[in-house]
Design a protein around this ligand. Structure first.
Ligand SMILES: [Zn+2]
Length: 209
């Protein structure tokens, strides 16, 4: 089933997202972080072939030469970086809800990206100044730096504050809070919200008795 985003069909790299979608280009940050689904116990980046295909589909990395050997060694390092950066981005989103500063271990993969990426400044014919990475993206570091630039823009226009992690510690799904009050705390009230409320209620009752 193809979910739709304000009348637009979701891109294939976001097909694992169902609700509380971020507006593009922030949608890609959300899709990347949610490639790990703790609730369903699925991880798009768990297996090299699936990860390679997803990263290429999302435009974060060129699929690379199909010849085995060297390319596979490179990909193992890339895959580790992708997984590490995914958790760093999750920590950045968690900061929006929990306020905890990022640890050194969480910052390290992001430093690796900023050191390896080749960002470039360009001025377009209509006089707009842009910071970007090479397009089409070939190296993973450039693709991941593109995610950081998207976050930078979202921080500037205020939409980043709406990116949140589900308050259920067993879920931690990244969602976009479109509520007027900006106080949404669950990926879905029906699943995580009520589950947590019932668990807390049981704990309080157990304590009281
Ligand atoms: Zn949840």
């Amino acid at each position: 089933m193809a979910a739709s985003l304000i009348g637009m069909t979701l891109p294939s790299w976001a097909s694992h997202l169902e609700h509380k979608l971020a507006p593009p280009p922030l949608l890609l940050v959300q899709a990347f972080v949610n490639t790990l689904d703790l609730d369903l116990r699925t991880d798009v980046l768990a297996h090299a072939d699936e990860a390679r295909a997803w990263l290429a589909d999302a435009g974060l990395r060129d699929p690379g030469p199909s010849s085995p050997g060297q390319a596979d060694t490179d990909f193992a390092a890339d895959l580790q970086l992708a997984r590490d950066v995914r958790e760093s981005l999750r920590a950045m989103i968690a900061r929006n809800t929990e306020g905890k500063p990022l640890t050194e271990a969480e910052l390290r993969p992001l430093e690796q990206v900023t050191q390896q990426a080749k960002t470039r400044l360009e001025v377009t014919s209509d006089g707009q100044v842009r910071l970007g990475t090479a397009i089409p993206v070939q190296r993973l570091a450039d693709g991941l730096a593109g995610l950081l630039l998207t976050i930078r823009d979202a921080q500037a226009d205020g939409s980043w504050d709406r990116m949140k992690l589900c308050g259920n510690p067993d879920c931690r799904w990244a969602f976009y809070d479109r509520s007027h009050s900006r106080r949404g705390a669950w990926c879905e009230m029906a699943s995580c919200g009520n589950k947590l409320k019932n668990r807390n209620l049981r704990a309080r009752r157990a304590q009281a008795s």
